[in-house]
Design a binder for this molecule. Structure first.
Ligand code: SF4
Length: 748
């Protein structure tokens, strides 16, 4: 393709303007009225932070050094999280769509319009034609409420949440292997490990404060193995880096296990006494010699052997993974293959020995525990098990027959809207237009809805398609609990009231339930009452919070579940004494052959494509794209490409490139860097519209977890234009973009 050098204006036209954002601003030095101990609103570490409040505004922060997880430390997102509170884009009143766009509405109008529309949709098409989508950044209380509201007030089976795009492969694998879905260890165990495997986790950018635990382990003599197709920041500090070919993760795990078995670096006694099905895994691993694994994964056989040498014989070890191995059509199989390495070593359920899932969302753990998933009831109960259904039906005081059955997952709900089977939707704190793969299809689906209502604090890209938008609440405007990635339930504090006419989310849901004729089930006066009910509903379930109270959580700086009684101190470390949560107390090995991704490279699309996160942004960017100082760090998506591949395609740093997959294309500047494999390009996914990486990604789902295959598909890359002279660096690029006018709807 012929290329040309564009003038700056044309470059901007192609690349598009930037959304409005909060300027970086100065440090507010006023004496605060109060300093409140709470938690960061972003990732699943849930760092402790003290927020400063002045005149009912959050104006800054102080470290909370006593909170044991982060001990006062915060990452770049954490130190700026307070800035969202005063953002001019904050929704201050409900909005109703009219022929010109949105108009401000009264609560009376918004609340009357919505139940009527819900009833109309359900009367015409049936109960399940109205769906609910929740979020995993919300509190445990709201997650519980979402599930109860959907099943009792809406009477729909079709409720799911955005954690379906995030942690469900790990969750399913955890239940299959261990009988329970939680990290096995508190993070305080990480520094005690002598070998650490980090697989598919860009830890330093996505879960930054946890990096400190890994470095403390290294200071104590631990050796670190990082498995990833990119040389992420944590990979640069590893003792051994294995740059696996995209979508080949389980073959690498089998190869490492092969060497462990060959050298006797497995714990036969533990395997015999505490596990099932190792024979099947032994037979499987036999086929994956280091040479065979090298052929599939691209990792040299000698390094596969080296990984086994580091991991195999040590006394203590931890294995941590995240979306890199989970965002696949075989995400569950990948996780189970790495769990096999942990079980074979016998190093689990002891200090410094175990396993954990890195949860990306603020309440990634708690958000998946209390019943807002289509297949789950409160307490982690199974919606398909008669005894579990009866327990919850009795608890809620409804006939079991009225409790909806299992419904569709998040992506399946969007597909059902596309097919015209689901006609109405209520969503809260979920931005599917940015976060679900193949966003052009998601947009077309949203346009087909007969009625769509959103609850959110900013007008997200998805909310722009709604008929009614309810102005909801930010984390600091409400109270409740969240459960961190280590299984510690912590307390969030209410600092300031919602501004203008915005309402607390839980009150909006209760009000809607009342107007749908089910108010008697939602008589809460404060979140603590929802929490008390949630804990009672969890009693005796796989996820037992029964012994927790707000007071106990606060006094202990968090309580780990299971915590079955008021006297119980909580359970920081699971599986002590080799006791797993399957009925017979044993863990299970799982033997899955490696299989290729749903879409592999070929002559037409010869390059692997993958997406992920950058440190200054969070999920679909609804919050962080509005905080200027975070945007300054990484203002717009860039296409990471290796110099070898770039050279072959005639691409130089900051040239405009077009990336095309079978689903769409996007044009953006190239970032030529050695940190990526030469057979692959990477684009972060935090932006919307023409800047959305999810225009390209594949919606193929894992058959068990129903997670989409974000991490691998096939693309081609072409140079479109030379970078203009002004754009020679990220800062130059940002200066250029900063000249564009701010616009609320700029990215659509
Ligand atoms: Fe917030 Fe996570 Fe950063 Fe901690 S590590 S400050 S919880 S984004």
């Amino acid at each position: 393709m012929a290329t040309l050098t564009l003038p700056e204006d044309s470059y901007r036209e192609l690349y598009g303007p930037t959304p409005s954002y909060m300027p970086s601003g100065g440090w507010d030095t006023r004496e605060p009225d109060k300093l409140v101990k709470t938690h960061c609103c972003f990732c699943g570490v849930q760092c402790g932070i003290q927020l400063k409040v002045k005149d009912n505004k959050v104006i800054g922060f102080e470290p909370w050094e006593e909170f044991p997880v982060n001990q006062g430390k915060l990452c770049p997102k954490g130190v700026k999280r307070y800035m969202q509170n005063e953002h001019p884009d904050r929704l201050l009143a409900p909005l109703i769509r009219n022929h010109e766009g949105f108009r401000d509405a009264t609560w009376y109008e918004a609340l009357r319009t919505t139940p009527k529309a819900i009833k109309d949709v359900q009367a015409t098409y049936g109960k399940d034609a109205f769906a609910f989508l929740g979020g995993a950044s919300m509190t445990n209380e709201k997650a519980y409420l979402n599930g109860k509201f959907s099943r009792i007030a809406l009477g729909t089976a079709n409720i799911d949440y955005n954690g379906r795009l995030c942690m469900v492969s790990a969750g399913a694998a955890n239940r299959m292997a261990f009988g329970v879905d939680r990290a096995a260890n508190p993070w305080s165990d990480i520094p005690l490990a002598k070998a650490i495997v980090l697989t598919g986790t860009n830890l330093a950018e996505c879960f930054p404060i946890l990096t400190d635990c890994v470095w403390r382990a290294r200071d104590n003599g631990a050796r670190i193995i990082v498995i990833d197709p990119r040389v992420t920041p944590i990979a640069r500090t590893a003792d051994l880096f294995l740059p696996v070919r995209p979508g080949r993760d389980s073959a690498l795990a089998h190869g490492i296990l092969h060497v462990m078995i060959e050298h006797g670096w497995i714990d036969e006694k533990f395997i015999a006494e505490h596990t099932h099905d190792f024979d099947k895994v032994r037979d499987l691993a036999k086929k994956y010699s280091p040479q065979v694994a090298e052929k599939i994964t691209g990792v040299p056989a000698k390094n596969i052997i080296k990984a086994a040498e580091i991991w195999g014989p040590v006394e203590t070890s931890m294995l941590l993974h995240a979306r890199g191995i989970e965002h696949h059509t075989k995400g569950v199989e990948n996780v189970l293959s790495y769990i096999n390495l942990v079980l074979a070593s016998g190093r689990i359920g002891k200090p410094g020995c175990g396993y954990g899932t890195i949860t990306g969302q603020g309440n990634g753990q708690g958000g998946r525990e209390h019943g807002q998933r289509c297949n789950q009831l409160p307490g982690g109960r199974d919606i398909n098990k008669p005894a579990d259904r009866q327990f919850i039906a009795d608890f809620w005081g409804i006939p079991e027959a009225e409790l909806p059955k299992q419904g569709l997952t998040a992506c399946e709900i969007i597909d059902a809207i596309e097919r015209g089977e689901i006609k109405g939707l209520l969503s809260i704190s979920f931005n599917p237009l940015v976060s679900i793969p193949d966003s052009n299809r998601t947009r077309a689906a949203l346009e087909k809805l007969e009625f769509f209502a959103c609850i959110d604090f900013f007008l997200s890209e998805t909310a722009r398609y709604a008929d009614v938008v309810f102005a909801g609440s930010l984390q600091e405007e409400d109270e409740g609990t969240v459960t961190t990635g280590e299984g510690r339930c912590v307390r969030l504090r209410n600092l300031v009231p919602p501004p203008g006419y915005a309402w607390l989310d839980w009150k909006i849901i209760c009000e809607l339930a009342d107007l749908l004729g089910k108010g008697q089930f939602f008589k809460y006066r404060k979140p603590e009452e929802i929490f008390t009910e949630l804990t009672a509903a969890s009693k005796g379930g796989p996820i037992d919070y029964r012994g927790m109270t707000y007071q106990k959580i606060e006094q202990n700086m968090g309580v780990f579940w299971p915590c079955p009684s008021r006297e119980h101190p909580g359970t920081p470390r699971l599986f002590e004494g080799g006791k797993f949560h399957h009925p017979d107390g044993k863990a299970k090995f799982h033997a899955y052959e490696y299989r290729p991704p749903a879409e592999d490279v070929d002559a037409e699309y010869p390059i692997f494509f993958t997406s992920g996160r950058v440190v200054s942004q969070y999920l679909s960017g609804t919050q962080t794209r509005r905080i200027g100082s975070l945007l300054d760090q990484y203002p717009e998506p860039l296409c990471e490409i290796h110099p070898l591949l770039a050279g072959k395609l005639g691409i130089k740093d900051r040239d405009l490139v077009k990336v095309t997959t079978r689903r769409g294309e996007m044009t953006l500047p190239a970032q030529v860097v050695k940190r990526i494999r030469p057979d692959r390009v990477f684009i972060p996914y935090h932006w919307a519209g023409k800047k959305a990486a999810n225009q390209l990604t594949n919606r193929a789902l894992d058959p068990i977890s129903k997670i989409p295959e974000y991490k691998v598909c096939a693309c081609r890359v072409e140079k479109v234009a030379e970078a203009p002279k002004a754009v020679t660096s990220l800062n130059g690029l940002h200066r250029l973009i900063a000249k564009t006018p701010n616009s609320r709807a700029s990215t659509m």
